[in-house]
Design a binder for this molecule. Structure first.
Ligand code: AMP
Length: 194
């Protein structure tokens, strides 16, 4: 059973008000590196995104940034990572991250983080892929998201099985332990339909 070798990590361009979020991001990066899992991420050096990259680099891990050219200045592209891929649009960035990853991990963040996470979930809902989506809960960040999904189910707008498209883990250690249990889903993606 092939093990997961690369994950896209989504997280805020800001660090948030609770220092626990940034600490968790650094730890997640380090634990992924120690597990031999490459970090694919948005390529910035700031906020939660930058902390994940720095954590992985500090433990000798592989870190691949994928950034659209227009964001490279605004999000202060990281100059110390293993590889930087510059794309011509947000859409090609998202597609490239999707293609290169065996699984997706979400750390606390804002609307951009939500967008990326929800897109992976909705692609899975549409059977376009079967790759694992893991949410790393830190300092209660995931609770309002889970409540919103439940509300959509209760109102009849989302399928009752919606929560089954992702898993929520409490902190980086639990998340990486779960990742290392999961197999790579071969032929997981119907990329041509994305
Ligand atoms: P945020 O969680 O709002 O801090 O955003 C985190 C990262 O998500 C940003 O740094 C962007 O690189 C990315 N992002 C923001 N908006 C979008 C979007 N609409 N689609 C895809 N990625 C986005």
């Amino acid at each position: 059973m092939p093990a997961i070798k690369s994950v896209s990590v989504f997280g805020g361009a800001s660090s948030g008000s609770d220092p626990a979020c940034r600490q968790a991001a650094t730890l997640l990066g380090r634990l992924l590196a120690e597990a031999g899992i490459a970090v694919i991420y948005g390529g910035g050096s700031i906020g939660i995104m930058g902390a994940v990259a720095d954590g992985a680099l500090s433990a000798g891990g592989a870190v691949i940034g994928i950034i659209p050219d227009f964001l490279a200045r605004r999000e202060i592209a990281h100059t110390g990572i293993s590889e930087m891929i510059v794309t011509d649009s947000m859409h090609s960035r998202k597609r490239r991250m999707f293609e290169m990853s065996d699984a997706f991990v979400t750390l606390p963040g804002g609307l951009g983080t939500l967008d990326e996470t929800v897109e992976m979930i909705t692609w899975r809902q549409l059977d376009l892929h079967a790759k694992p989506i893991l949410i790393c809960d830190v300092a209660g960040w995931a609770a309002p998201f889970l409540a919103l999904v439940q509300s959509l189910i209760d109102q009849g707008f989302a399928p009752a099985a919606s929560h089954s498209f992702y898993e929520v883990l409490d902190g980086p250690a639990a998340l990486v332990a779960r990742l290392t249990e999961l197999p790579v889903i071969e032929d997981a993606a119907v990329v041509s339909r994305l």
